[in-house]
Design a protein around this ligand. Structure first.
Ligand SMILES: [Zn+2]
Length: 113
């Protein structure tokens, strides 16, 4: 479980940007979360309340956008979504050459007042 560490990182980013923009309060944080990260949004929300206690980000809503795992086939240049760990290309049957999305974990935007 590495959610505590990543939640602390996110809180640091959010607070830095909020302070730079003279925010009184952080209302909402939009986060991109790739399915490959193995990070569970429920735990991030849980730790968020702990790590932002007594900061201007306390009580902010976390909004997660899940990013599916997408792979690329070098042979036929097909991009396809990976489900159930199946890496075979649905078009030609080759194994995927690259994972092109699904590892994202980033703060996309924040809403402040
Ligand atoms: Zn293919």
């Amino acid at each position: 479980m590495h959610e505590l560490g990543v939640t602390e990182s996110i809180a640091g980013i959010v607070l830095r940007h909020a302070e730079m923009n003279g925010a009184r309060r952080v209302i909402k944080v939009n986060i991109k979360l790739g399915e490959l990260t193995g990070i569970v949004d429920h735990y991030v929300s849980f730790y968020w309340d702990l790590v932002t206690r007594d900061t201007i980000a306390q009580g902010a809503e976390l909004n997660f956008t899940k990013v599916p795992v997408v792979a690329y086939c070098n042979k036929c240049r097909e991009e396809f979504r990976i489900q159930e760990y199946d890496l075979t290309c649905p078009r030609c049957g080759e194994l995927a050459s690259d994972i092109i999305s699904g590892r994202e974990f980033m703060v996309e935007s924040i809403e402040i007042e």
